[in-house]
Design a protein around this ligand. Structure first.
Ligand SMILES: Cc1cc2nc3c(=O)[nH]c(=O)nc-3n(C[C@H](O)[C@H](O)[C@H](O)COP(=O)(O)O)c2cc1C
Length: 669
């Protein structure tokens, strides 16, 4: 039986009984209808509230949904209603029991009231009845207006969809301009504002959520060795043990609770859209093929045949592969996140993946395996090689495992260009599909053009030497971080294995040394995919530091105050983050933004820079998670916030910077 049928079953049964009574010429009385509908109302509301409370408790998700809040208020009102009506209900039930056990003394007759209000309907006999009629008419008009208004808002579904106008230019420059326009409009479209719910409607009907794992379709599978345990960095040849560890620490299942398979990397809404594939032409223990990582069983499924050459995998040329022994593809199944996050999905899947990629980077370093994230690859070719539908499951990142530790020399015979976007782009997944294409590249089979990229140009990396600063002074407008302290837990893989999002914080303030170490951990190593990520922090409870917003200068290891918040710090941060308690209760909130001007420095173009900035922000966010976990502190990423209020919180100018990520920090309760 379908879910809907189960939900409607009690209502249908009650309706069937009512119809049967009417047919038997014993229609229910008004009070019977009142009592039965009140009891049904109680049952439905209790189940709704119970489910809400259960899921909030199990997933430790904060109560930020209007739905829950209104639900709880309604339950409270219902309790009051029942308290007032309890006597009536009780008497009615007792009378029913008495009637059932004793022969009726008063046979039903024409005077017996039936159907309550209907009984009273009739020609108005007095002025009072006339007034009641007028009130009734006004009530009907009010209800119609309410329903009509809701219907009108509902009709706006999809009307505000992102439209892509043709630029008129056919050259690559035109494609780049169109891609950038799509990105800018997507960002605006996917930004939360308080009034946005009335101004905008989701562009897509996402349907039912797909399963959290790819279904088992009987493809041959290879069990992987136990991935837990320390890395063996001296390994001469990396075999299945290394691959098993890498895949598991990137996105493996580390805990199963309440039917949810939690992973080594965090994921917005615990929806885990990321999928991993390995193209392994030459990996000990693996046949040459494309393998899919089945995270649930921690095994590799033989997915597809290896196409001939690196170009067919979307890498551009064999040079670009840099002698890698395996290529790891990371995709996102958009619908997994989409049914919850709608038009903001692309932001979430990128940030999720960034967190996972940082785990991959840490695990590869622990095993002493060279790893390189490719800034440019042909997404359509990669998707074709994996046999996935790019509009549903986009290839978001590619990493080379083994081989040359540094990028290949400039001058390799491959060039990259934006993907042309037709004016009617939108696909079945609307803006998600459009922005994925806008941030995708294609390999050109010809010599490099003006904006071609062969190797990523890096912005100046932040200084890695730790500066020693004086002790913080409470009211300074800039603050030099104190010396960073070494990590308490030296085994990075053990930290990844036990990492969890922590949402309950003690009122204990953070120590300045802890804050400095966390900020340092985020800022190092140097950016991998994007130089555009900026780090700010709102300090609600940090010893010796004003409750204010600060921006980090990683090179100077200095915090510069941008907004003084004082006692309002917690409330402002909570309110900007859709009233999430995890943010309001945090001792400090890290706010990551992207510098729009720096996006243009991306060798793949500004639109590609947008994708890279979100991935980089995710990587920075995961470094925060891991450092906090290692130090026994609590951390929780937060992607749901009002974009305009988030910018105001840290004093960022939205014309220059876009806030992309929050993270709560504190001493766990
Ligand atoms: C990009 C991103 C955004 C997130 N946004 C929120 C959020 O708005 N609120 C929240 O409570 N948790 C948020 N989370 C945390 C996830 O809910 C959490 O990672 C998920 O439930 C899995 O649990 P785990 O991190 O303990 O493995 C976010 C995580 C990520 C990676």
């Amino acid at each position: 039986m379908s879910k809907l049928a189960w939900v409607l079953l009690p209502l249908l049964l009650a309706g069937a009984v009512a119809v049967a009574l009417v047919l038997a010429r014993r229609p229910p009385t008004r009070i019977a209808l009142n009592v039965v509908s009140s009891l049904l109302l109680l049952v439905y509301l209790s189940i709704t509230a119970g489910l809400g409370i259960f899921w909030v408790a199990q997933q430790h998700l904060p109560v930020f949904d209007w739905h829950y809040l209104f639900g709880y208020a309604t339950v409270a009102l219902l309790a009051v209603h029942l308290a007032f009506n309890f006597r009536i209900a009780w008497q009615w039930l007792r009378r029913r029991a008495a009637v059932r056990h004793a022969p009726p003394t008063v046979p039903p007759g024409p005077d017996r009231p039936r159907f309550g209000a209907l009984d009273r309907a009739g020609p108005p006999a007095s002025g009072g009845a006339g007034r009641r009629g007028a009130v009734g008419v006004l009530g009907v008009i009010g209800l119609a207006a309410y329903g009509g208004g809701s219907f009108w808002l509902g009709l706006r579904h999809g009307r505000t969809e992102l439209r892509i106008e043709a630029t008129g230019a056919t050259a690559d420059a035109g494609d780049a301009a169109t891609a950038l326009a799509v990105v800018e409009r997507f960002h605006d479209f996917s930004s939360h504002t308080r009034s946005g719910v009335l101004r905008r409607a989701p562009s897509v009907d996402w349907g039912d959520p797909p399963p959290p794992f790819k279904p088992d379709d009987g493809r041959p599978a290879l069990a992987l060795p136990d991935p837990r345990g320390p890395a063996r960095s001296g390994e001469a040849t990396h075999g299945l043990a290394t691959l098993s560890s890498l895949l598991w620490h990137t996105a493996g299942v580390s805990e199963t609770r309440a039917g949810i398979h939690f992973r080594t990397a965090p994921s917005s809404g615990a929806l885990f859209a990321t999928e991993l594939y390995v193209a392994a032409p030459d990996w000990p223990g693996l046949d040459a093929a494309i393998w899919h990582h089945d995270a649930r069983g921690h095994r590799l499924r033989r997915w597809a045949a290896l196409p001939g050459g690196a170009a067919a995998l979307g890498l551009g040329s064999d040079d670009a592969a840099g002698g890698a022994r395996a290529v790891l593809f990371a995709t996102a199944v958009f619908r997994r996140s989409g049914h919850k996050y709608r038009d903001r999905t692309y932001r979430y899947v990128l940030a999720d993946l960034g967190h996972a990629l940082e785990n991959l980077r840490v695990a590869a370093a622990a095993w002493g395996l060279p790893l390189r994230l490719l800034p440019a690859f042909d997404g359509a070719r990669a998707a074709a090689a994996l046999g996935v539908d790019e509009s549903e499951e986009g290839v978001l990142a590619v990493a080379l495992l083994g081989g040359a530790p540094a990028p290949p020399a400039a001058g390799a015979a491959v060039s990259w260009a934006p993907v042309p976007i037709a004016p009617d782009t939108g696909g079945t997944l609307g803006v998600t599909d459009a922005v994925h294409r806008a941030t995708s590249l294609r390999a050109l089979p010809i010599a490099p053009t003006a904006h071609a990229a062969t190797a990523p140009a890096r912005a100046a990396a932040p200084a890695t030497a730790a500066l020693v600063g004086p002790a913080p002074t409470g009211s300074s407008a800039s603050w030099l971080l104190p010396t960073r302290t070494t990590r308490a837990d030296a085994d990075p893989l053990a930290v990844i294995a036990r990492r969890r999002s922590r949402r309950r914080f003690a009122r204990t303030p953070l120590s300045p040394a802890d804050l400095a170490t966390l900020l340092d951990a985020m800022a190092h190593p140097a950016p991998v995919l994007s130089p555009a990520v900026r780090i700010a922090v709102v300090t609600s409870a940090v010893e010796g530091l004003d409750a204010a917003a600060w921006v980090l200068d990683p090179a100077r290891r200095t915090l510069r105050q941008t907004r003084m918040h004082g006692d309002a710090a917690r409330d402002r941060a909570r309110s900007a983050a859709l009233a999430q308690d995890v943010i309001g209760d945090a001792a400090a909130v890290v706010v990551l933004s992207i510098d729009r001007a720096a996006l243009a420095a991306d060798p793949g173009g500004t639109a590609r820079g947008y994708r890279h900035a979100f991935l980089e922000a995710g990587m920075v966010g995961e470094r925060l998670y891991l450092e906090a976990e290692a130090r026994g502190l609590g951390c929780c990423a937060v992607g749901a916030f009002y974009d305009d209020e988030a910018a105001a919180l840290v004093g960022a100018d939205p014309r220059l910077e876009w806030v992309v990520h929050f993270a709560a920090l504190g001493v766990p309760a």
